[in-house]
Design a protein around this ligand. Structure first.
Ligand SMILES: *[C@@H]1O[C@H](CO)[C@@H](O)[C@H](O)[C@H]1NC(C)=O
Length: 363
């Protein structure tokens, strides 16, 4: 997800105690079904660890995803990009950032991943610098960027068959030179998921709806998540909507939720705010609204907003009726939901040391 605001240190860690009633497979069950309590609130909230939960571990590393499994999240949220030699790797950025990774033997910091081979990428140390604004992040010096297959191996090594993945196709229709074309994302990801028996437990999410449209056509059984924020649902100067995969929003009276339904999305994933750090910020302007959740529900889609890190915003989203919450601090989602009398997450599972063997050279 595009993270525009890094949140500062928030309240202290809360205790985590919970039970699982989450189904093993993401079957959209619109709000209004048996998922509701008599109060009208949901009985459970799905917890998604954003890039594995970058608030507490170096993002997208094996250590992040392992920690998320240990605290009992429902869904590992992650991004896929392709290396120069065409291998899908789990990393959010197109370009290697000096704030996250350090060169060891090569000179790859600052380069685009599309120009770096997997072997070269593996020389980077992406676990020894703490990301700004996240002082609880524990470091794992030497942690490497992982391939999609390596992350899927972690999930099978841990052996929890209820764990799900929310995998983003990371590319921009506005910057074609810095990634592989949409076809690569459309044709390569699902076969890799299938090889690891994870396709039925994975949703594919994207701001670039071209990839969703293509995956729907080639793999109609894959569940799709339409990502959006205030910048992706507006027309370009020529009047087209570059992010929306050929959809013209004017055909839907400007309603991106209805447009998402038209491309076969099962879930909508809006940014929670247009502006403001939390829902209590004086500058807060919502993007996620209760109306949006209701329109989605009527169209038999679920709503899972991103990326909510503070307790007040998490509570606000839960009260609006979302199915799940994507957070850099998944333990906060669990704690807030539990405080509201709503179940969240599942029983965590200790990750055996052997499952982390490919995490990188600890230096
Ligand atoms: C990839 O490398 C080539 C050759 O050095 C360069 O011309 C091109 O701009 C690079 N692409 C990106 C996205 O950095």
């Amino acid at each position: 997800m595009v993270q525009l605001h890094n949140l500062g240190p928030l309240s202290a860690a809360l205790t985590v105690g919970f039970l699982s009633i989450t189904p093993a497979i993401a079957i959209p069950s619109p709000n209004g079904g048996q998922d509701l309590q008599s109060s009208g609130r949901r009985k459970s909230v799905e917890v998604q660890a954003h890039r594995g939960g970058l608030g507490v571990r170096p993002e997208s590393t094996l250590y992040a995803f392992a920690h998320a499994l240990e605290i009992g999240v429902d869904v590992l949220e992650m991004d896929a990009v392709f290396t120069k030699d065409g291998v899908p790797v789990i990393w959010h950025d197109d370009q290697i950032s000096a704030t996250k990774c350090k060169d060891t033997t090569g000179n790859f910091v600052g380069q685009y991943i599309v120009n770096i081979t997997l072997a070269e990428l593996k020389t980077l140390d992406c676990g020894s610098q703490q990301i700004s604004g996240h002082p609880q992040q524990k470091l794992f010096p030497g942690a490497q960027i992982q391939t999609l297959s390596e992350i899927l191996d972690l999930v099978s090594c841990v052996g929890d068959k209820s764990i799900r993945i929310n995998l983003e196709t990371k590319l921009s229709p506005l910057a074609p030179a810095i990634s592989f074309p949409p076809e690569k994302y459309i044709t390569s990801l699902v076969p890799t998921l299938r090889k690891h028996n994870m396709a039925q437990r994975t949703t594919i999410q994207s701001f670039d709806w071209r990839t969703l449209v293509g995956i729907k056509k080639s793999f109609p059984d894959i569940k799709l998540v339409a990502l959006a924020d205030a910048t992706t649902i507006v027309p370009a100067s020529d009047g087209t909507y570059p992010w929306l995969g050929g959809v013209d929003l004017r055909d839907f009276s400007g309603d991106w939720v209805k447009a998402a339904k038209s491309i076969g999305a099962d879930i909508i994933s809006p940014r929670w705010a247009v502006a403001g750090t939390t829902v209590n910020s004086p500058t807060y302007r919502p993007f996620l609204t209760e109306e949006m959740v209701r329109v989605a529900e009527k169209l038999r889609m679920e709503t899972v907003p991103w990326t909510l890190d503070d307790e007040v915003s998490i509570e606000d989203a839960i009260v609006k009726g979302v199915k799940g919450v994507i957070s850099n601090y998944p333990e906060r989602v669990i704690a807030v939901a539990n405080t509201l009398g709503i179940k969240a997450g599942k029983k965590g599972k200790k990750v055996p040391e052997k499952c982390l063997k490919n995490g990188g050279t600890r230096v």
